[in-house]
Every structure is written in C-alpha cells, then in structure tokens.
Design a protein around this ligand. Structure first.
Ligand code: SAM
Length: 277
C-alpha cells in the first residue's frame, strides 16, 4: 500500500446531501488517499467523486451484499488497509448501511475514524425553528398507517423534539397520522435541503397535513421535525373575535412561529455553486 500519510483503518466519511460544495477538506483528502471506498451505489458515488478529482477504487456495500462483502472489507483492514465508508448522500449509518461493519471492526480492535459532515436530520433541525436542545431521531416510520400510528403513539409521550425521515410520496399520509396521534403540535417539513428547490414549511401538524393533502405529492427528499408535546396548540379565541382560533403556547419559539414556505433559503441554494443532485 502506498504511503499516503493516512493511518490504517476505517474512515466513516460523510458526503453532501445535495450541494457538492458541502464537503469538508478532510473528507476529500481521506477519499483521495484511502486504498478503497465502500459505497452504497457506485452509479451515485462515482460522479460525485469524479467531481472532486478522486480516483480511488469503489466497492459496492449495501444491504443486499453486506453479509458477503463485509468479511472481505474486514480482512483488508486486518492487513493494514485504509478504507472509507460512504453512503449515497449524507452520513453513513444514519438510515444507511455501515452499522455492522463499524461494530465488527471495533470488536476486532481495528481503528475506526469519523470524518463528519452533512446529515439531513441535523440540517433540518438547523432550519426548523423547533427546539433543538433535546431531540429523538426516529428514522423512517412504518409505511402502513396502522403500524405508523402505533409507532407514533409510542413516541407521543417523549419530552423532546421528534425527527423523522419520510418519502415525499407518503408525506401527506404521515402528517395526517402524526396530527391524529400527536395532536396539533408545531412542526416543520424540510424538503430538498441544500438543493435547487429547497423548501421549509413551518406550521402545526394538522395545517401541514391539510396543505400536503390538498395538492399533488411534492417531489424530492423530506425530513419532518415535530415539537414536543408542551407546545401543543390550544384553543385561544373563538372565530367571532376574528382572531386565529389556535395559538401555539409554552414553546419559546412560538412567538417567531409563522408559516413560511421558505424561499430565501431556496434562493440561496439556487445561487450556490456545486449543486449535484
Ligand atoms: N444518511 C443520510 C443522512 O445523513 O441524512 C440519510 C439517508 S436516508 C436513506 C434518506 C432520507 O434522508 C431521505 O428519505 C430524506 O428523508 C432524508 N434526506 C436526505 N437528503 C435530504 C435533503 N437534501 N433534504 C431533505 N431530506 C433529505
């Protein structure tokens, strides 16, 4: 193996979630100098790496071949190789493959290094306007409504912000189940973050459900951020006062709360160089 100045070991490396400019200098160096990069799909990662001038060999590592490929990767690590693990986008292991590889490497005393970077759940929290001091990342919910509602009722008593990954196709149905199970909490739908059509919509869960049920399914990738139960909307005034029938209470960000299809962020993303997806 060439002497690249990089210590042997497994480098778990984050890549952009949309904007190719969002890669760190260290991640680029690591990807350029490791002996092999394990990626989910070479058709996704090869163009991105080419853009960075990285010519390192790729090996597919995904749910369907992991059991077969993992022992080979571990053997290479035992022999002193430098391997990187990346996913299609964002941080490996976060709703993406890699957990068993890291676990087994660690169990064998092999070095594992984090090369942190973009992650959709963190990006969504950063712009949601929902409290970020305590949160629970719940990953993807079940696809069937009954199972989804059951999973949501188990989360309903958590005293923290909840973060979900969801497909755009199921967004309206999931929001409706969230509104039914969690109540009219504040929430944000963060879609296509760092990409051309970036959009963050902030409202209560029932308003968001109504919004997405009314139109065609949106396109792209979505994160849903839901405030904890203390910020449930409570009836405040009647319609006769002419004021809004609901108010968001108890949450420090309620004052700032407003429905805002963002578009300053979308405009900013549009003007950024390096969008790749
Ligand atoms: N490992 C990735 C990460 O670090 O965020 C997540 C991979 S998971 C298979 C893909 C999900 O992440 C999508 O379905 C969506 O919920 C979310 N996601 C990824 N990129 C996103 C983006 N640019 N904007 C909004 N959500 C995104």
């Amino acid at each position: 193996m060439a002497d690249t100045g990089l210590a042997p070991g497994l480098y778990v490396t984050a890549t952009p979630i949309g904007n190719a400019g969002d890669i760190g200098g260290r991640a680029r160096d690591v990807l350029a100098h490791v002996d092999l990069i394990a990626c989910e799909d070479t058709r996704v990662s090869a163009p991105l790496l080419k853009r960075y001038g990285v010519a390192t060999k790729l090996i597919p590592y995904h749910d369907h071949n992991a059991a077969r490929v993992r022992p080979r990767l571990l053997r290479r690590l035992q022999e002193g190789a430098r391997l990187a693990l990346i996913s299609d986008a964002g941080t490996p292991l976060i709703s993406d493959p890699g957990y068993r590889l890291v676990r087994e490497a660690a169990a064998q005393g092999l070095p594992v290094y984090a090369v942190p970077g973009p992650c959709a759940l963190i990006a969504a929290l950063m712009v949601s306007g929902v409290a970020t001091d305590r949160f629970l990342f719940a990953g993807f919910l079940p696809t069937r409504s009954r199972a989804r509602r059951r999973a949501l009722s188990e989360l309903a008593t958590q005293h923290c912000t909840l973060v979900f990954y969801e497909s755009a196709r199921r967004l309206a149905a999931s929001l409706a189940d969230m509104a039914a199970t969690l109540g009219a909490r504040e929430a944000a739908v963060a879609r296509e973050l760092t990409k051309l059509h970036e959009d963050v919509r902030r409202a209560s869960l029932d308003e968001l459900a109504a919004h997405y049920q009314a139109g065609p399914a949106p396109k792209g990738e979505v994160v849903i951020v839901v405030a904890h139960q203390r910020s449930v909307s409570v009836p405040m005034t009647t319609r006769s006062t002419g004021r809004s029938p609901t108010r968001l209470t108890s949450c420090p960000c309620a004052r700032r709360w407003r429905r805002s299809p963002i578009s300053a962020a979308g405009r900013a993303a549009r003007s950024m160089p390096g969008r790749w997806r």
